[in-house]
Design a protein around this ligand. Structure first.
Ligand code: DC
Length: 224
């Protein structure tokens, strides 16, 4: 049986970077499931399909082949053989991903693909519905969170580093909008699994967050 670890949390809690570092320390793969929803969102945009069009997006999603591979710089995401990794991190991609992730037909395709990958690899899987749906039986579940202001501030600084100048208030507004969309959708909304351990990183540095999660994982496996 492969080792599977579930990590969920709202946007900007630092999941992806923290999960990457934790997985590397443990010598296992990190599956960023958000990248898969982003790939569906940007593919819709590229094909002129409105992300708000549930039927067209769902049909498109059933007809594309979405793959993930691992290279020295981490996960790469492919749609019909084309590497789309480089275009997944824009605000436009974020909003499109959050929208397409509300469609049950899209979620069903993604969940199935994620479960298939996790069945054959030791993996830390991060997303929104991992502890509640994708890996509902995972032996360790982490719910990573931080206050909206701290998350918006981190996102704002990240964008600045990339040379993208967004208003802090706009970043906070978008983040609250996405939180709401992720938590209020009908199918598998973002919520903490009952047996997940909550880690609030508002007052923690990146390294402290990584260390705390490694401690929780090691403690969980020490009794096995
Ligand atoms: O983690 P992220 O910000 O890259 O995710 C992009 C969007 O995809 C986010 O708004 C919520 C959605 N998502 C989801 O619904 N379920 C997942 N397992 C992962 C992401």
């Amino acid at each position: 049986m492969p080792i599977n670890i579930a990590m969920d949390g709202p946007v900007g809690a630092g999941k992806s970077t923290i999960a990457d570092c934790v997985a590397r320390s443990l010598g296992i793969l990190h599956l960023d499931t958000g990248a898969m929803y982003r790939a569906v969102g940007v593919t819709a945009l590229k094909r002129g399909i409105d992300p708000a069009d549930r039927e067209k997006v769902t049909e498109m999603c059933r007809n594309i082949s979405l793959d993930v591979s691992y290279e020295s710089d981490g996960q790469h995401t492919f749609v019909d053989g084309e590497d789309v990794t480089g275009i997944l991190r824009t605000e436009e991609a974020s909003m499109a991903a959050s929208k397409v992730a509300t469609y049950p037909g899209v979620r069903a395709e993604m969940v199935e693909a994620q479960q298939r990958m996790a069945k054959s690899h030791d993996m830390l899987v991060d997303g929104r519905d991992i502890g509640t749906r994708v890996l509902a039986d995972a032996p360790v579940k982490i719910f990573l969170t931080a206050s909206p202001e701290v998350r918006a501030r981190r996102r704002f600084l990240q964008l600045q580093e990339k040379g993208i100048h967004e208003d802090y208030e706009k970043v906070l507004d978008d983040l609250i909008k996405r939180d709401k969309q992720d938590m209020s959708r009908e199918t598998d909304p973002l919520k903490k699994a009952e047996d997940a351990v909550e880690v609030d990183t508002s007052e923690m540095t990146f390294q402290e967050s990584v260390d705390e999660i490694l401690r929780i994982i090691r403690e969980a496996f020490s009794g096995v």
